[in-house]
Design a protein around this ligand. Structure first.
Ligand code: PLP
Length: 491
């Protein structure tokens, strides 16, 4: 296997006095000086030719890992291939040139798309109503928790302020709960990776009258379907709480099980994960929220509905609707419309059968990959997994090797590393999500690389400690890189 990333260092300083990449037409206005107060001496303008410029940026773009170039098994993130037709549809001039202040009557096509996307998501999740406003999954969580809290206040239970969150939860779950002003109470997992029922009963006894509800990811971040889901839902409802579903893992359920039918009252969808719109790098996402009929009046508006008065036969008129007890807007205008176009396109291209096949293949791929490596990489909660699984990145006979070393070495083999050190309940966690869009050959190549690395861990651990050897950037201080992000080239 040969490394896929060029080891050549990128030469940044290619400016040469007098070179120029553009030929401007002759001036037909009097020349004016550049405003000196805005010019910075420490940032000289580069002088480069057109070919220098193109090579520089093309080279830079090739240094990034991307789903379009490599396998990207980043657990919990659902880095599936994003079909290019999504992009084509999102770039249709009729969508691109819309203005958010346009009159409803002039944007009926866009409203129809939003309306039908709401309908599809209702059907897929088993919910009575959907708002497309939230900007991402975590924002959907915040929205959902605010809706739950508003519902509790509406029925005279404003003293309720506790949300139960399992210890296997995604970091955004306690974070969004805390941001909503509520209290997080953590519930431990049992030895099969489920929510510990005894502990949940105890938490309900202790906090029952203060319970707003529970936030649960199912399948959870171990990639496991909770075996006691019915009991959990019943227990929370018995204590006057609501069930929030973190729907980031819908890729395991599409067309097979509907969270609304399983007892969840609120759920967010990650359009940018399950419904194949590009994500990562801080670009726009979309985290619509679906709710049961009882909570529909609390959703953030605007929601797109059909106005019967202005509709003619076979020609519905779409309009905006603001639910009467709404928690209010959570986003400017209508949410991230471009992402909605992509998700709508994906759903239409797949159709109901195709969506079900997504979940079936995602689960099959994860179980296949697990079966190929589990004799070498210990899987602590080892039962049939859903769309992802978590193994330990450590070996009893190579004590110095850590999950991070394994991940960095994978880069040398041309693969994006899996998610590291999450969920926290697995030591040296490697969380692997292959998604449905990968072939058996890719899965085998990845498994082979992992098995080779396990051998290297024993025979030449230094190789792993010093990896990656072929990437343009070696090891960085990841905490500092996140907290003190330096985005500008500094000569
Ligand atoms: C990705 C993810 C989230 C957060 O979603 P964002 O869209 O990144 O805000 C929440 N929970 C789980 C399990 C996730 O994987």
């Amino acid at each position: 296997m040969k490394p896929q990333v060029s080891p050549e260092p990128l030469i940044f300083e290619i400016s040469r006095p007098g070179r120029c990449a553009v030929a401007l037409p002759e001036l037909d206005v009097p020349p004016a000086d550049l405003p000196q107060e805005f010019l910075r001496d420490d940032l000289p303008l580069p002088e480069v030719s057109e070919v220098d410029l193109i090579r520089h940026y093309t080279h830079l773009s090739q240094m990034n890992y991307a789903v379009d170039t490599v396998f990207y098994p980043l657990g919990s993130c659902t880095m599936k291939y994003n079909p290019k037709i999504n992009e084509e549809m999102a770039r249709l001039p009729g969508f691109v040139h819309l203005h958010p202040y346009q009159d409803e009557g002039t944007v009926q096509g866009a409203l129809a798309l939003m309306f039908f996307l709401q309908e599809f998501l209702k059907e897929i999740g088993g919910f009575a109503a959907v708002s497309l406003q939230p900007a991402a999954g975590a924002h959907g969580e915040l929205t959902g928790v605010l809706i739950m809290r508003a519902w509790q206040c509406h029925r005279g239970q404003s003293h309720r302020d506790v949300i139960l969150v399992p210890d296997s939860a995604h970091g955004t779950n306690p974070a969004s709960t805390t941001m909503s002003g509520l209290r997080v109470v953590e519930v431990p997992s049992d030895d099969r990776g489920n929510v510990d029922l005894k502990a949940l009963e105890a938490a309900c006894r202790e906090h029952g009258d203060r319970l707003v509800g529970m936030m649960l990811t199912n399948p959870n971040t171990l990639g496991l379907f909770d075996e006691h889901l019915e009991e959990i839902v019943a227990l929370i409802h018995e204590h006057g709480g609501l069930m929030y579903g973190d729907g980031a893992n819908m890729n395991a359920l599409l067309g097979i099980a509907r969270p609304g039918d399983l007892g969840f009252d609120v759920l967010h969808y990650n359009l940018h994960k399950t419904f194949s719109t590009p994500h990562g790098g801080g670009g726009p996402g979309s985290g619509p929220v679906g709710v049961s009929a009882e909570l529909a009046d609390f959703l953030p508006g605007p929601i797109v509905v059909i106005d019967p008065e202005r509709s003619a036969e076979n020609s519905p008129f779409f309009t905006f609707y603001y639910p009467p007890k709404s928690i209010g807007r959570v986003k400017a205008f209508y949410g991230h419309f471009g992402i909605m176009v992509r998700a709508y396109t994906y759903i239409r291209m797949m159709g109901p059968e195709g969506l079900r096949r997504v979940a079936e293949d995602a689960v099959l791929n994860a179980n296949y990959l697990k079966s190929r490596i589990q004799h070498v990489y210990h899987v602590p909660y080892n039962r049939t997994c859903m769309h992802e699984f978590v193994c330990e990145g450590r070996f009893p006979d190579a004590p110095d090797v850590r999950a991070l070393d394994i991940s960095k070495r994978l880069i040398d083999y041309g693969f994006h590393p899996p998610t590291n050190y999450f969920p926290l309940i697995v030591r040296e966690a490697l969380m692997i999500e292959p998604t449905e869009t990968e072939s058996k050959e890719t899965l085998d190549a990845f498994a082979d690389a992992l098995l080779r690395i396990a051998e290297e861990a024993r025979t030449n651990p230094q190789l792993l400690h010093e990896a990656p050897h072929n990437a343009p950037v070696r090891r960085v201080d990841e905490v500092r890189a996140a907290k003190e992000l330096i985005l500008r080239y500094q000569p």
